[in-house]
Design a protein. Structure first.
Length: 279
């Protein structure tokens, strides 16, 4: 009886072993395949990330943008790799993908403003409508760009105020980059009296340009542009380097008054003649 019971137990163990052995072998094979995919996937991710980094470096992409894109790409590729490995191991991936999608949607809604600023920052850093050191004019204020981050741009105004502008707002606004071109044109309208000789006035204005020497990078344009109520108006255009614009403009404005005074040319101003009639 004991021998029969022992034999029956052995048979039961063999039956259990025969039942679970194929399943165990299948799992082991899946595990080996998953490990191979994991190792190969990690190598491919490193290769792809390295290649993208080289492309961005050759394209001159800002380091802050390239670093963020590198991290984002690596995270996305590792998520794909984990999903593939889970699928090979027989783990249901539909629920995992749905969970990741729900989490992404919740994070996106919570960080809507920040994501808008981030997208604007990426566009600014990639397209480079301005760089650090440029003087820009925006609806939020005008000043010199001192820092461009992923989320915010810092601008120092001429009176030394600091404006911190969200990149989402800035990227959707009209921006005037005053420093983009190497030269700028000073546009002035100078008034002189009707009694003053036109050629004399033009010669005096040209003499002021000649005093600038090489700081005036192109020949000036001087011509009569309008006959106003009390003055002949001369359009006065001088091309200078962008960094010299404000200095030379102030200098020219002062020299016009000094030269006109020294040569007897009047600068008319609006006035009202009143006649008193005694009855």
């Amino acid at each position: 009886m004991k021998n029969m019971a022992l034999l029956s137990g052995v048979i039961d163990l063999r039956a259990i072993w025969n039942q679970f052995w194929p399943t165990a072998m299948d799992f082991l094979m899946d595990l080996v395949v998953a490990l191979v995919i994991l190792l190969v996937g990690k190598y491919l991710i490193k290769f792809v990330v390295k290649t993208v980094c080289k492309i961005m470096e050759k394209a001159g992409v800002e380091r802050s943008v390239s670093g963020f894109i590198k991290s984002l790409l690596k995270i996305a590729l590792y998520i794909v790799l984990v999903i593939v490995v889970a699928a090979v191991l027989g783990i249901p991936t539909a629920s995992l993908i749905a969970l990741l999608g729900s989490a992404g949607l919740a994070i996106g809604l919570a960080l809507q403003g920040s994501l808008s600023n981030f997208a604007g920052g990426v566009l600014i850093l990639l397209l480079r409508p301005f760089v650090v050191g440029d003087f820009i004019d925006t609806p939020m204020g005008a000043g010199t760009v001192t820092n461009v981050d992923i989320f915010y741009t810092r601008v120092n105004t001429p009176d030394n105020r600091v404006i911190i502008i969200p990149n989402g707002t800035l990227s959707n606004s009209s921006i005037t980059n005053v420093s983009k071109e190497p030269t700028r044109r000073i546009d002035l309208v100078i008034g002189a009296g009707y009694q003053d000789d036109i050629n004399k006035v033009k010669a005096l204005l040209q003499g002021i340009v000649d005093e600038l020497g090489e700081r005036s990078v192109q020949p000036a344009d001087i011509f009569v542009s309008n006959y106003a109520a009390s003055a002949v108006e001369y359009t006065y255009r001088i091309w200078v380097k962008s960094e010299d614009y404000w200095t030379i403009r102030a200098e020219v404005m002062q020299r016009v008054k000094e030269v006109f005074d020294a040569n007897g040319v009047t600068i008319p101003f609006n006035q009202l003649d009143v006649t008193i009639v005694n009855k």
